[in-house]
Design a protein around this ligand. Structure first.
Ligand code: PLP
Length: 930
C-alpha cells in the first residue's frame, strides 16, 4: 500500500464504524429494522401500484445469480439470453403503446420525461416546453429541474392554454390517463403541436393501454412511463424500469440503450446493443443523454410478465382493475361523494360528501392509504391485487352501506366504463410468437432457464471489467430485497410508516460519510451518471447562491468516463477538456493554463481517482488546491472507491462532492445493465443544495436551498440499499480496508504475471498500479493483424468475459480483478491471456494464417466445432479446449459466432422480427399494431 498510494493522502486511522457482524446475526438485525416499516394497503397511485409478482419470475429471475450478476451485454456472443429478453421488453412497449421503436429501459418515469423534453429541444432547437399541469408532481419536478440547468423554459399549463403559434415551443408533455385519473382525448392537442412544428410527448401507463386506445394511434411522437406494475414490487420507489418509445424518425435521438437485431459471422439472426456509437462512452458531451447504467434486470422482469401473461392475460388484468374501479365509483356516488371525472381507468378523484377526517380515520383503522391532495380531496388508485374484500373495506371507509357484490349486481351490463367509449382499444398487441408460447409455469421456467444459459455471469467466471468493479454480490446481501417489509411499500406513504427505511438510510449515510470523508449524503440519484448530474447541479446551485452565476466552465480530463462530459452538459456547464500526459495522468501544465484561462468563470473540475488509467496520481491534493484557489469546486468521480475504502478519503484530500456507485464497490449486482444507485456525498458547504422532493418532504437543514429534484422517488432505488448496508456491516472497518488492499494486490499480481507478455500501459510513481490496469494490445495490429476485439472474443473460448475494451485508451484492454477472486481464478485468467499471446506469436512468426486463426475465427460455438466440416489450419481442440482447465464438462459455450456490427448498423431492427422483416425494419411493429 505504501508503494501504491501517495503518503500525503493516506488515512492513518481505522474507519470509525461498528465491528463486523456475521451474516446470520446481521440479517436478524436488519429484519428488526425492516419490521419498523408498516405494510399498509396503499391505493395512492401516482405511478406506483401494487402488483402480483409471478413467483416463477421472482424465484428464477430476480433471485437468481445467473440473471442478477450479468454485466451489460456489450459482448453479444455470451449475452444472447438477456438481449432476447430486452428485445422482448422493447417489442412489448412498442406494441402496447402503438409506437415504432422503444429502448431497453430508462431509470424512472420522471427522468424519462426529462429525457423526452431534452429530445424535443435537440430536435428543433426551440427553448420553450409545455408541461400539462396534470402530470404526476414528481414528473413535473424532475422535468423542471432538468430544464432549469439545461436552459429550457418550461411552462405549466392546461391544454387549452397552450399556444403553439409562435413556433417557439419544442414540445409538450401530457399524461394519459392523467394524475387525477381522467382519460381525455389529446388528439386535438397533438395536432395543434404538430401544425407548429412541436413534438408531442405522452406519459402513460402500460396496463391502462391494454384496454385503452394507445398514444401511437393519436399521433404522439414520444411515449414514456414506468413499467413497475408489470410484476415488479413497489420497492419504496425503485428500482423499476421506465420505458421510452418514439416514432421511427426520432430513433437516432433516442436516449439510453437499445437492443437491435443483426447477424453473426454465419449469417444467423442474432441480437446486440444497437447504435452503440450514440452512447455517452464515445460521444461525450454530444451524447443523446448521460444514461449508462439503466434498469435491465427490472425490464427483464416486466418483459417476462408480458411473456407469461400474453395479451389475453394482460387485457384480463386491466379489465379486472377497471371493473373494480367502476364498482367503487358507483358505490362512492351512492354514498354521496363527488367524483371529479367520468372517464377513468383505475384512479378516482373524490371530494368527500362527509368529513375527510372521518374517512381518513376509518382508513387508518383498516391500515389503508389513499392519496391526499393539499385541498382535502382524496385519490384512490386500484391495482391488480385488489380483492372483493379490499373493495368492501374501501366502501366501508367511505361510509357506503352496500358491498361490492351488491353494487356490481345492481350495475348490470350497461356499465362498461371506457370499454363503452371511443377510447376502447381495438388494436391487437403482443401477437409475436414469444408472447404466445410460455403461458404455463412449466414453459416460462424453461424459457427463462434457456435464456439464462446463454449468458456469462459471475456464476461462471470472473468478469474482469476495468472501472465496472464486478465483485461478489453475496446471497446474504441480496436476501432482504425480497422481504415484503422492504418490497411492498409505496414511496409516498407517510414517513411514520417507513421508519425502517428511514433508519437504514441514516445508518448507511453515517457509514458512507465515514468512508468518504463527506458530511452528508443524498440517496436520490439512481445511477452513477445521475449522481454526476446531481453533484454538478449542487455545485451550480451553490455558486448561484453565492452570486457567481457566471461560473459555468467545467474542466474534464480527456481520459474521463463518457458520462462526465454528458452530465456536465446536462448541468448546463461549458466543458473544457484537459490533456492527459503520456503517463496517463492529468497534464498539469495544461491544467494550469486552462485554470488560468477560465479563472473568472471556473465552476468545477471533474476528476476520477485513482485515474481512469488505473494509477494513484501523486498530485491529486495540489490539483484540488489549484481549483479551489481559483473559485472552483472539485467533483471527484467516486465510481472507483474499490481502491480507496479504508485507505484514503476523497473528502480529506480536497474533493467537494462525489457520487458513489453502490452497484460497483458496494456490492449491488449489475443486473445485466442495472439497477444501480449513485448517491452523492458532499462537504458541509454543499449540503444545503442537495435534492428535495415535491411529494415527500426530505429532512433538510433550515437554511436549505435545494437544487431541485433529480429522480422520481425521494430516495431513488431505495430497495437495493439494504445490499450495501449488509455489505458494510458484515465487513466492518477492518474488512473494508482489507478488501481494498486485496483488490490492489490482485491487480498488481496480475500485472506482474502479464508484464512479461504484454505491455502494461500506466503505473504509479513507484511502479505499482491501483486496483486495475491497462494492457496495451495495439502493437499486434502491425505484427499479427490482431486487434483488442480479437483478444476479447478469443477469451470467450477460454470461458471468460472480456475486460473493458478500448476505454479509456482505444485499442487496449483494462483489467480489474477485484478482491472477490481467488488466486486460482486470477491464474486461470492470466494463463488464458498468456496462451492467447502465444497464439498471436504463431501468427507473428508465420506459423499460423493471418486471416484464418483461432483469434480471428473466435468465438467458437458448439455448432462450429461439432460440424462435420472442419477445414481450418488449427484443431477443434485448440478451438474449443485451448487449455487444460477448459473442460468439456464445465465449459461455457458462446451461443453465436462473431457478431456483425456493421450489418446491424445498416439494418436497424429493434423489435422481435420475423426474418422477412429485414427489408423494412419496422414492418413487424406495424403489423402487430394494425
Ligand atoms: C461506471 C462509471 C460511471 C457511470 O456510472 P453509471 O451508474 O453507469 O451511470 C461514471 N464514472 C466512472 C469512472 C465509472 O466507472
Amino acid at each position: 500500500m505504501d508503494k501504491t498510494i501517495p503518503a500525503s493522502i493516506r488515512l492513518r486511522r481505522p474507519l470509525r464504524m461498528d465491528d463486523h457482524v456475521c451474516e446470520n446475526e446481521i440479517l436478524e438485525t436488519l429484519y428488526n429494522i425492516a419490521s419498523k416499516n408498516k405494510i399498509w394497503r396503499s391505493y395512492i397511485g401516482m405511478g406506483y401500484y401494487n402488483c402480483s409478482v409471478p413467483q416463477p419470475i421472482a424465484r428464477n429471475l430476480l433471485e437468481n445469480a445467473g440473471w442478477v450478476t450479468q454485466y451489460t451485454p456489450y459482448q453479444p456472443e455470451v449475452s444472447q439470453g438477456r438481449l432476447e429478453s430486452l428485445l422482448n421488453y422493447q417489442t412489448m412497449v412498442c406494441d402496447i403503446t402503438g409506437m415504432d421503436v422503444a429502448n431497453a429501459s430508462l431509470l424512472d418515469e420522471g427522468t424519462a420525461a426529462a429525457e423526452a423534453m431534452q429530445l424535443c429541444h435537440r430536435h428543433n432547437k426551440r427553448r420553450k416546453f409545455y408541461v400539462d399541469s396534470r402530470c404526476h408532481p414528481q414528473t413535473i419536478a424532475v422535468v423542471q429541474t432538468r430544464a432549469n440547468y439545461t436552459g429550457v423554459i418550461t411552462e405549466l399549463k392546461l391544454p387549452h392554454e397552450m399556444d403553439f403559434s409562435g413556433k417557439d415551443v419544442s414540445g409538450v408533455l401530457f399524461q394519459y390517463p392523467d394524475t387525477e385519473g381522467k382519460v381525455e382525448d389529446f388528439s386535438e392537442l397533438v395536432e395543434r403541436a404538430h401544425q407548429n412544428g412541436s413534438l408531442a410527448c405522452c406519459a402513460t401507463d402500460l396496463l391502462a393501454l391494454c384496454i385503452l386506445k394507445p398514444p401511437g394511434e393519436f399521433g404522439v411522437d414520444v411515449v414514456l412511463g414506468n413499467s413497475q406494475r408489470f410484476g415488479v414490487p413497489l420497492y419504496y420507489g425503485g428500482p423499476h424500469a421506465a420505458f421510452f418509445a418514439v416514432k421511427e424518425n426520432l430513433v437516432r435521438m433516442m436516449p439510453g440503450r437499445m437492443v437491435g437485431v443483426t447477424r453473426d459471422a454465419n449469417g444467423k439472426e442474432v441480437y446486440r446493443l444497437a447504435l452503440q456509437t450514440r452512447e455517452q462512452h464515445i460521444r461525450r458531451d454530444k451524447a443523446t443523454s448521460n444514461i449508462c447504467t439503466a434498469q435491465a434486470l427490472l425490464a427483464n422482469m416486466a418483459a417476462m410478465f408480458g411473456v407469461y401473461h400474453g395479451s389475453d392475460g394482460l387485457r384480463h388484468i386491466a379489465r379486472r382493475v377497471h371493473n373494480a374501479t367502476l364498482i367503487l365509483a358507483e358505490g362512492l356516488r351512492r354514498a354521496g361523494h363527488k367524483l371529479h371525472h367520468d372517464l377513468f381507468f383505475d384512479t378516482l378523484m373524490i371530494t368527500c360528501g362527509c368529513s375527510v377526517k372521518e374517512v381518513l380515520d376509518r382508513a387508518a383503522l383498516r391500515k389503508i392509504n389513499f392519496r391526499i391532495y393539499s385541498d382535502g380531496r382524496l385519490g384512490v388508485s386500484l391495482d391488480e391485487t385488489v380483492t372483493e374484500k379490499d373493495l368492501d373495506d374501501i366502501l366501508w371507509i367511505f361510509g357506503c352501506e352496500s358491498s361490492a357484490e351488491l353494487i356490481a349486481e345492481g350495475m348490470g351490463e350497461e356499465t362498461k366504463g371506457i370499454l363503452g367509449t371511443p377510447f376502447k382499444r381495438t388494436s391487437k398487441f403482443l401477437t409475436h410468437q414469444v408472447f404466445n408460447s410460455y403461458h404455463s409455469e412449466t414453459n416460462i421456467v424453461r424459457y427463462m432457464k434457456r435464456l439464462e444459459n446463454k449468458d456469462i455471469s459471475l456464476v461462471h467466471s470472473m468478469i474482469p471489467l476495468g472501472s465496472c468493479t464486478m465483485k461478489l454480490n453475496s446471497s446474504a446481501e441480496l436476501t432482504p430485497i425480497s422481504w415484503k417489509e422492504f418490497a411492498s411499500i409505496h414511496p409516498f406513504v407517510p414517513l411514520d410508516q417507513a421508519e425502517g427505511y428511514q433508519q437504514l438510510f441514516k445508518d448507511l449515510e453515517k457509514d458512507l460519510c465515514e468512508i468518504t470523508g463527506y458530511d452528508k449524503i443524498s440517496f436520490q440519484p439512481n445511477s452513477g451518471a445521475q449522481g454526476e448530474y446531481a453533484g454538478l447541479a449542487a455545485i451550480k446551485a451553490y455558486l448561484n447562491a453565492k452570486g457567481e452565476r457566471h461560473r459555468t466552465v467545467c474542466l474534464i480530463p480527456k481520459s474521463a468516463h463518457g458520462t462526465n462530459p454528458a452530465s456536465a452538459q446536462m448541468a448546463g456547464m461549458k466543458i473544457q477538456p484537459i490533456e492527459v500526459d503520456k503517463n496517463g495522468s492529468i497534464d498539469i501544465s495544461h491544467l494550469k493554463a486552462m485554470v488560468d484561462k477560465h479563472k473568472d468563470n471556473l465552476a468545477a473540475i471533474m476528476i476520477t481517482y485513482p485515474s481512469t488509467n488505473g494509477v494513484f496520481e501523486e498530485e491529486i491534493g495540489d490539483v484540488c488546491d489549484l481549483i479551489h484557489k481559483h473559485g472552483g469546486q472539485v467533483y471527484l468521480d467516486g465510481a472507483n472507491m474499490n481502491a480507496q475504502v479504508g485507505l484514503c478519503r476523497p473528502g480529506d484530500y480536497g474533493s467537494d462532492v462525489s457520487h458513489l456507485n453502490l452497484h460497483k464497490t458496494f456490492c449491488i449486482p449489475h443486473g445485466g445493465g442495472g439497477p444501480g444507485m449513485g448517491p452523492i456525498g458532499v462537504k458541509k458547504h454543499l449540503a444545503p443544495y442537495l435534492p428535495t422532493h415535491p411529494v415527500i418532504k426530505i429532512q433538510l437543514d433550515k437554511d436549505a436551498c435545494p437544487l431541485g429534484t433529480v429522480s422520481a422517488a425521494p430516495w431513488g432505488s431505495s430497495a437495493i440499499l439494504p445490499i450495501s448496508w449488509v455489505y458494510i456491516k458484515t465487513m466492518g472497518a477492518k474488512g473494508l480496508k482489507h478488501a481494498s488492499e486485496i483488490a490492489i494486490l490482485n491487480a498488481n499480481y496480475m500485472a506482474k504475471r502479464l508484464e512479461k507478455h504484454y505491455k502494461i500501459l500506466f503505473r504509479g510513481a513507484r511502479g505499482y498500479v491501483a486496483h486495475e490496469f491497462i494492457l496495451d494490445t495495439r502493437p499486434f495490429k502491425k505484427t499479427a493483424n490482431i486487434e483488442a476485439v480479437d483478444l476479447a472474443k478469443r477469451l470467450q473460448d477460454y470461458g471468460f468475459h472480456a475486460p473493458t475494451m478500448s476505454w479509456p485508451v482505444a485499442g487496449t484492454l483494462m483489467i480489474e480483478p477485484t478482491e472477490s477472486e481467488d488466486k486460482a481464478e486470477l491464474d486461470r485468467f492470466c494463463d488464458a491471456m498468456i496462451s492467447i499471446r502465444q497464439e498471436i506469436a504463431e501468427i507473428e512468426e508465420g506459423k499460423m494464417d493471418p486471416q484464418i486463426n483461432p483469434l480471428k475465427m473466435s468465438p467458437h460455438t458448439l455448432n462450429c466445432v461439432t460440424s462435420s466440416q472442419w477445414d481450418r489450419p488449427y484443431s477443434r481442440k485448440v478451438a474449443a479446449f485451448p487449455l487444460p482447465f477448459v473442460k468439456p464438462e464445465s465449459k461455457f459455450w458462446p451461443t453465436i459466432a462473431r457478431i456483425d456490427d456493421i450489418y446491424g448498423d445498416q439494418h436497424l431492427v429493434c423489435t422481435c422480427p420475423p426474418m422477412e422483416a429485414y427489408e423494412s425494419p419496422f414492418s413487424e411493429q406495424k403489423r402487430a399494431s394494425s
